[in-house]
Design a protein around this ligand. Structure first.
Ligand code: HEC
Length: 124
């Protein structure tokens, strides 16, 4: 059996430690661009418009923006908008909260959703 020499071993170690993360890094600036699709209905403040104000949305309870008239479906959803719940809702609002009244079909691109959520995290 051939033994691996030190240089080969070092290469293997270096390769297996190479981070793959940068390609998937979340980018709040890119997320701000994605949020342009939401601004017709949502403010990044507590002010409600067509949709509820999104100030502090990441970590907030669903249907908790004071004074906003939520649909019965959203009132019943009883979610905590953590990253996972937001990712699911923004992928397919009707599948995640059936019967809710957000007139938005969803964002199919996972990177766009990750960027958008990185941006939403900053509005608090
Ligand atoms: C055409 C208007 C419209 C657009 C565009 C829209 N939304 Fe909404 N959104 C709403 C409405 C209306 C609701 C409340 C739904 C209900 O009560 O059933 C809502 C609810 C939400 C909620 C739940 C808020 C809470 O307080 O529980 C989140 C989160 C949200 N939208 C995020 C987004 C994001 C992010 C985008 C852009 C990708 C977006 N929305 C695009 C109208 C919109």
């Amino acid at each position: 059996m051939k033994r691996l020499n030190k240089a080969a071993l070092a290469t293997i170690v270096a390769l297996s430690c190479t981070p793959i993360a940068p390609a998937m890094a979340q980018d709040a600036d890119a997320g701000k661009q994605v949020f342009a699709q939401c601004t017709a209905c949502h403010a990044v403040t507590a002010t409600n418009g067509v949709g509820p104000g999104l100030l502090g949305i990441v970590g907030r309870k669903s249907a908790s923006s004071p004074g906003f008239r939520y649909s019965p479906a959203m009132k019943r959803a009883n979610l905590s908008w953590d990253e996972k719940a937001l990712d699911a809702y923004l992928t397919d609002p009707q599948k995640t909260v059936p019967g809710n009244l957000m007139p938005f079909s969803g964002l199919a691109d996972a990177k766009q959703r990750a960027d958008l959520i990185a941006y939403l995290k900053m509005i608090k």
